[in-house]
Design a protein around this ligand. Structure first.
Ligand code: SIN
Length: 482
């Protein structure tokens, strides 16, 4: 059987692509484990949107300023111009964003936005609520526990993918394949991502010669509680700062004023770098303080953070929380055009964090990722329907290989890789260290490792190589002169 669409990933981008495809099409959505093991589920802050027509150019301008002017302007305009329509459509279909007592949508402020334009749901669980809404709306088949090990890609055509599903090899053929598998979080030691997100598909792209772009552009979220045994560290949403939380050192000094006039609300790359620099210089622990909040308001506005941090031993808003930047989002990804069609490919699309439209430039504006997933996923479906490409299996020469997903040697290499990436390809980079770490990763690629680690190493190599190639500091890519 040939599916009309194979969608790899069940976060906002994958599920919204599925939502845009009518029930009469044969669609299969696959995800590595359960559908909620994705970054969307854990997104806290919200969904950015222009608040009215007059705000569309201002929102675009904020996105460009945060991205240090390196954004693809067509992509930025597409995001901004489609935002109101996409949100209206979700609300009409029953998505419950938070509202005030008069029933009007509530918008909050986050860093580098010139006005309050972030929608949220259940206070600080916007991703979870949106994900549940999209899952409920999903009228197509979802296959869980399906790990993609290869794309069936020949002569610029994607015929589908090879999986390991519940331990068995499986091939799915499709006329259109949409990659919505997320970014690269697990490649870094400290990150806020679902543990399923590890850059596997980007690694397959490297192997197949499918183009990646801006892979050096890795975003580090400034306010993360990292002192937990879990691989996914505890995010403290930017909306906390939007509503009055402050960053301070051990003595309560708000050092961000020494780095940027907008202090807590400066763009994310600047705040992360300031925290990194200040703690290196002074040795001081950095904290997020909630002293401007009343307890009742805090509990209502941030119910999940209140509860989760309580479980970790913090009495919010009375106690401050030690924070560190941690990897959060990959601006780089599979190189796609404005309709999210992979450049040079006939029927392959990439949407959401897996893709690089260039919309974020060198630094993503807060809360632009859920909207990106919504806007570009629906455009990818529209485009694929216009093109209406059909694969011809007689032309496919692909012979599946059996892959071992994991080998005994992997654990030590994986841990070392996460450390190497964090230390050398993190918030502040040095040219010689990048060259050295590229050699180390290349040596690891010569080892007999499992398929998943091999793909992760390929993706890491492409991040490092891109970081070496970009000589000047810009946005999230900061090279320290040595
Ligand atoms: C956050 O809630 O701070 C994260 C939102 C985002 O990644 O844009």
């Amino acid at each position: 059987m040939i599916y009309d669409y194979l969608i790899i990933g069940a976060g906002v981008a994958g599920l919204n692509a599925a939502r845009s495809i009518s029930r009469d099409k044969k669609v299969l959505i696959v995800c590595k484990r359960s559908p909620w093991e994705c970054n969307t589920f854990f997104a806290q802050g919200g969904v950015a949107s222009a608040i009215n027509d007059a705000d569309i150019p201002l929102y675009a301008q904020d996105t460009i300023s945060a991205g240090v002017g390196t954004n693809n302007l067509e992509a930025v305009n597409t995001l901004s111009q489609n935002s109101i329509r996409v949100i209206d459509d979700l609300v009409k279909d029953g998505m419950n964003f938070d509202r005030n007592e008069e029933g009007e949508l509530l918008f909050t402020k986050e860093a580098a936005h010139s006005c309050s334009r972030i929608l949220h749901a259940d206070g600080d669980a916007t991703g979870r609520e949106l994900h549940m809404f999209l899952l409920k709306a999903c009228k197509h088949e979802i296959m869980t526990d399906s790990i993609v090990v290869d794309l069936l890609y020949e002569d610029s055509i994607c015929y589908g993918a090879q999986f390991i599903h519940n331990g068995a090899d499986k091939i799915i053929y499709a006329h259109n394949t949409i990659i919505a598998s997320g970014g690269v979080g697990s490649i870094y030691r400290y990150h806020t991502n679902s543990t399923t997100i590890a850059g596997d598909i980007q690694g397959i792209c490297v192997e197949k010669g499918i183009p990646l772009k801006d892979m050096e552009m890795m975003q580090f979220h400034p306010t993360v509680f990292v002192d937990t045994p879990h691989a996914r560290k505890t995010l403290l949403t930017e909306a906390l700062r939007g509503e009055g939380a402050e960053i301070e050192d051990e003595d309560g000094y708000r050092f961000l004023k020494d780095y940027h006039k907008d202090e807590e609300l400066a763009p994310r790359d600047i705040v992360s770098r300031a925290i990194f620099d200040y703690s290196q210089k002074t040795g001081s622990q950095v904290y997020l303080s909630f002293k401007n909040f009343k307890k009742k308001f805090f509990q209502k506005r941030f119910p999940n953070i209140y509860k989760n941090l309580m479980e970790l031993g913090f009495d919010l808003p009375f106690e401050r929380v030690p924070i560190s930047p941690a990897f959060h989002y990959s601006m780089g990804g599979i190189n796609v055009d404005i309709n999210s069609k992979v450049k040079g490919c006939k029927n392959l699309y990439a949407v959401g964090e897996a893709a690089c439209t260039g919309v974020h430039g060198a630094n993503r504006l807060a809360s632009n990722s859920l909207l990106e997933g919504l806007v570009f996923s629906s455009l990818s479906v529209q485009k694929s329907q216009e093109i209406n490409f059909k694969i011809d299996l007689n032309k496919l020469t692909f012979k599946p290989r059996h892959f071992e997903l994991k080998k005994q040697i992997d654990k030590a290499i994986k841990d070392d890789l996460r450390n190497l990436m964090w230390v050398n390809v993190g918030i502040v980079r040095e040219s010689q260290k990048l060259i050295d770490v590229l050699d180390e990763v290349s040596l690891y690629l010569e080892e007999d490792v499992g398929r998943l680690l091999f793909l992760r190493l390929l993706t890491a190599k492409s991040i490092i190589q891109s970081a070496i190639d970009r000589k000047e500091s810009i946005g999230a890519h900061y090279i320290k002169e040595s």
